[in-house]
Design a protein around this ligand. Structure first.
Ligand code: G6P
Length: 499
């Protein structure tokens, strides 16, 4: 085992994801301001210092000129990041179009956009062509930087075509692919016009990973029902080649949160928040402003709770942090206005001259110290720590690490987590959380009442369960397990070929 650990530690890991963990802003023709972003995948992979990791991905900016591309490549190299440059049209067709308007809603059970239902529509076909083309561009950059013995770890629904492109370059390359969203029931996947091509491409990888056993099972049954392949307990077999399919539930770098609570600036933030919300219980939601997060449903449940429990109206506040995302996609623009409208109505209905029941803050994440509209890490930790009840009520969610972050910051308060049964996290934190069906506003409203009045010993028991899970199943452990299994898969395949 020690020998294997040493091998894993020395290995070069090429992490390929649509988005780099660094966002770039252009300062002049050849200078850039770089900022590390701490989102779901990013916070998970921050814990994998053990490997010699390099990131390959899009920096989130359009850089059409050569001077810009060269200077950004140089600046990113210091952060061990390698950029893939996507032009505006590709971003429009591949990222906004195929990834975020087709795959994302489909994988979260929201179906295909109406106008794209027919495989023959122009936009679907051109978006899929652009998707494949963009994946090929990622493959070119990986291939350019790949050295023998490297492990290539591809991430998420943006890059389902990548394993195949990479294996076409070099069939010996060790390739893993991990999906951060749910993989839906095969009946949902079947509706996708490019269903078979995507499955076949993913199967080119040596190891395919999901957050939960259910997602892995859905993927295997899609391969058996749609492609007619054989599903085995280990994965999917096609003409003697086994693609290993398994569940690897992600975690967070929990120490980072636990340690932050000891920092003076976090303590100052906490003091400030406690003063501001004195005499009120604090409920918290932190979500990207995405339809899968169920923000309108959550706020409506809070309204129902206030409606039915007048005594709580001046005793509880809901802080809802909404992080704008994919703002070029019309669905996201609509959602943003919808949330503003509902919050305005509820605050008008239950607010007073001095207080409002919902503090709806639109804040970008990552943060910069100079940007007071963003929520920095320390302020976020303080907010988690002073919260009595967190509401994570996604309609569907691959895992949801906000629930993990909240638990990590609750060692002293032992607050309650209300968690959607449709988030992957329900499978790991289910015993400690109050599980709800987020579509059932009445049930969520009742759970709010239950959470706010939960006896201390029950809170303690539930918290202990979740805290133990979050602090032992960390992002580091997740990454190490995946990479070590990827190495084993290749060894196993070699043994099979020799037999
Ligand atoms: C989800 C996806 C990630 C993505 C993130 C932020 O968590 O699984 O791959 O990076 O959302 O979305 P964005 O479109 O801004 O990269």
């Amino acid at each position: 085992c020690d020998k294997q650990d040493a091998r894993v530690r020395k290995q070069r890991l090429l992490v390929v994801a649509n988005r780099l963990p660094v966002s770039a802003t252009r300062k002049s023709e050849d200078s850039w301001a770089l900022e590390i972003s701490v989102g779901g995948l990013v916070s998970a992979l921050l814990g994998i210092n053990e490997f010699e990791a390099r990131w390959i991905g899009w920096a989130g900016v359009n850089v059409p000129d050569e001077i810009g591309q060269r200077s950004l490549t140089k600046a990113l190299a210091e952060k061990r990041c390698i950029p893939v440059f996507l032009d505006e049209e590709t971003v429009h067709q591949y990222y906004n179009g195929y990834c975020n308007n087709i795959l994302w809603p489909l994988f979260h059970y929201l179906g295909l956009p109406q106008e794209d239902r027919l495989a023959t529509t122009r936009s679907f076909q051109s978006q899929f062509a652009s998707y494949k083309n963009a994946n090929q561009m990622f493959a070119d950059v990986v291939n350019e930087h790949y050295k023998e013995g490297d492990v290539v770890w591809c991430h998420d629904y943006h890059l389902m075509f990548l394993p195949r492109c990479l294996k076409e370059y070099n069939s010996k390359m060790k390739v893993g692919w991990f999906l951060h969203t749910p993989f839906p029931s095969s009946e949902i996947h079947r509706t996708l016009p490019s269903r078979s091509e995507l499955l076949r491409s993913v199967l080119a990888a040596d190891l395919v990973g999901f957050h939960t056993y259910d997602y892995a099972r859905h993927f295997v049954s899609a391969c058996t029902r749609i492609l007619g392949l054989e599903g085995t307990p280990d994965g999917v077999e096609d003409q003697g080649k086994l693609t290993r399919v398994a569940a690897f539930p992600i975690g967070i770098d929990s120490d980072r949160f636990v340690r932050a609570l000891e920092l003076p600036q976090v303590k100052d933030h906490m003091k400030e928040l406690k003063e501001r919300f004195a005499g009120r219980m604090v409920m918290l939601g932190v979500d990207r402003l995405d339809m899968i997060k169920g923000i309108p449903q959550k706020i409506l449940a809070f309204e129902k709770f206030l409606e039915e429990n007048p005594i709580w109206r001046d005793k509880v506040v809901l802080v809802q942090i909404a992080v704008p995302t994919r703002t070029d996609v019309p669905e996201y623009q609509k959602l943003s206005s919808q949330v503003h409208e509902i919050v305005g109505r509820i605050n008008g209905r239950f607010g007073s001259l001095t207080t409002v029941p919902i503090h709806h803050l639109v804040r970008s994440r990552p943060s910069t110290l100079t940007d007071d509209r963003s929520l920095d890490f320390h302020a976020l930790c303080a907010l988690y720590a002073v919260t009595d009840v967190a509401l994570v009520t996604s309609l569907r969610d691959g895992m949801n690490l906000v629930s993990y972050e909240f638990v990590a910051c609750q060692a002293s308060k032992k607050g309650v987590l209300i968690l959607s049964e449709f988030a992957g996290a329900a499978q790991s934190l289910g015993a400690g959380a109050i599980l709800v069906n987020p579509w059932n506003v009445t049930e969520v409203a009742a759970s709010i009442g239950y959470a706010l009045t939960m006896p201390a010993d029950e809170r303690e028991k539930r918290h202990r369960h979740n805290f133990t899970h979050v602090t032992t199943h960390t992002s580091q452990e997740w990454a190490e397990t995946f990479v070590s299994e990827l190495n084993d898969t290749v060894v196993e395949a070699q043994l099979r070929t020799r037999q």
